[in-house]
Design a protein around this ligand. Structure first.
Ligand code: ING
Length: 303
C-alpha cells in the first residue's frame, strides 16, 4: 500500500517582536527533527512566521504590512526552502501574503505546499475569514482577519504530489463542511491546515471550554465523511497575552485521532499514514458515485 510519513510541526507562541529569522530557525530545527524521524512532509501552522497580528487593531497600514511577506521565498524564509531541498522533505507553510495584481495591492491569509525539491507546488488563499472588520474595543482582543485579508480567490485546490493528492485549508475553513467536500470531490486524500484558535471567544464566552471539542469534532467529522487524512497544526500557548488552543492532531479517514500534541510549545507529531485507508471510506460508506444525491442539495450552493 502507499504510505506517507507526515509530521505536524506545532509552534508555541511567537512574540510580536520575534524576528522571522528566529522563527524560521525554530521551524528549520523541527524540519530536521522530523526528517530524522522519517517524515517526508512537514505541516506548519497558519501565519507561522509572525505572531497572530489580527488580535490587534492597527490604524497605520504600514504597521499591518510589516507582518506580510512580499516575496515567497524571501531572504528570511529561503533557509526553509534550502533545508527542504537538502533533506528531500516537503512542507506546508501558512503566511500573510502581500501581492500586486494589475496594479492593485492584495493581501491574503495564504498557505503553500512545497515539494521535496524546495519548489512551490501549490498555493491556497483562505476563504472562510472569521471575526469582524471594524475595531470593537469591547473585546479583550480583536479578531480582524476580515479587515486585514481579502477572501481567497484561488478556490479549493488539490495537487498531485508525494504519490498522493493533497488539499490545503486554513483555520476557520476546518469548521465548514464544504471545505472537506470540495477537496474530496477533487480526489484529495489528505487535507493539511494550520490554525490560530483563541480559547476565549468574546461573543460567546460560555463556549470557551468547548474550543478543544469543537476543534476536533469538525475535523473528525470532515475526515470521516470524506475519507481523508486531516493534518491540523496549531500555533499554541499564551501568545502576547492571548491563550491559543494547542491539540494539533493527525486524523485518519475513519475519523480517529491517531496523534495529538500534549504541550503548548513547539512539538512534533509524526505518523506513517496508509494512504489506501481512504478507500475503506470512499469505496464504501461514502462512495459519492453510489450514494451521494447532489440533485437534492441545490440549496447548499445557493448564496
Ligand atoms: N481562528 C479561529 C478559528 O476558526 C475562531 C476563529 C475561534 C472561531 C474560536 C470560533 C471559535 O479557529 C482563525 N484564525 O480562524
Amino acid at each position: 500500500t502507499r504510505r506517507l510519513t507526515i509530521a505536524a510541526a506545532q509552534l508555541g507562541p511567537i512574540a510580536r517582536d520575534e524576528s522571522r529569522r528566529d522563527v524560521v530557525a525554530r521551524m528549520e530545527a523541527m524540519m530536521r527533527q522530523a526528517h530524522a524521524r522519517g517524515a517526508q512532509l512537514v505541516v506548519f501552522p497558519e501565519l507561522a512566521l509572525t505572531t497572530f497580528f489580527p488580535r490587534w487593531f492597527f490604524e497605520d497600514q504600514a504597521d499591518i504590512d510589516a507582518f506580510f511577506e512580499r516575496d515567497m521565498p524571501g531572504p528570511e524564509t529561503q533557509p526553509l526552502f534550502d533545508t527542504a531541498r537538502e533533506l528531500g522533505i516537503g512542507f506546508y507553510l501558512g503566511y500573510a501574503e502581500l501581492t500586486t495584481q494589475n496594479g492593485h495591492t492584495r493581501r491574503f491569509n495564504t498557505a503553500i505546499l512545497v515539494g521535496d525539491d524546495g519548489r512551490i507546488i501549490g498555493k491556497y488563499r483562505k476563504i472562510h475569514l472569521p471575526g469582524h472588520d471594524e475595531h470593537e474595543p469591547w473585546r479583550p482582543f480583536q479578531h480582524l482577519e476580515k479587515r486585514y485579508f481579502e477572501i481567497g480567490d484561488l478556490g479549493f485546490g488539490t495537487w498531485n504530489a508525494f504519490d498522493s493528492t493533497l488539499g490545503m485549508a486554513l483555520c476557520n475553513d476546518r469548521r465548514w463542511p464544504e471545505t472537506y467536500r470540495m477537496l474530496a470531490l477533487q480526489g484529495a486524500e489528505i487535507m493539511m491546515l494550520g490554525y490560530n484558535t483563541p480559547i476565549h471567544y468574546p461573543p460567546i464566552p460560555a463556549h470557551d471550554h468547548l474550543q478543544g471539542f469543537h476543534n476536533h469534532i469538525c475535523m473528525q467529522a470532515g475526515a470521516y465523511q470524506n475519507g481523508m487524512w486531516v493534518v491540523s497544526v496549531a500555533k499554541a500557548g499564551v501568545e502576547e497575552g492571548c491563550r491559543l488552543l494547542g491539540q494539533s492532531s493527525i486524523i485518519a479517514p475513519t475519523g480517529e485521532i491517531v496523534a495529538m500534541t500534549t504541550t503548548q510549545q513547539d512539538e512534533l507529531l509524526i505518523h506513517d499514514c496508509d494512504l489506501d485507508q481512504t478507500r475503506e471510506i470512499r469505496e464504501h460508506i461514502f462512495n459519492f458515485a453510489l450514494h451521494r444525491q447532489p440533485q437534492e442539495y441545490g440549496l447548499i450552493t445557493a448564496s
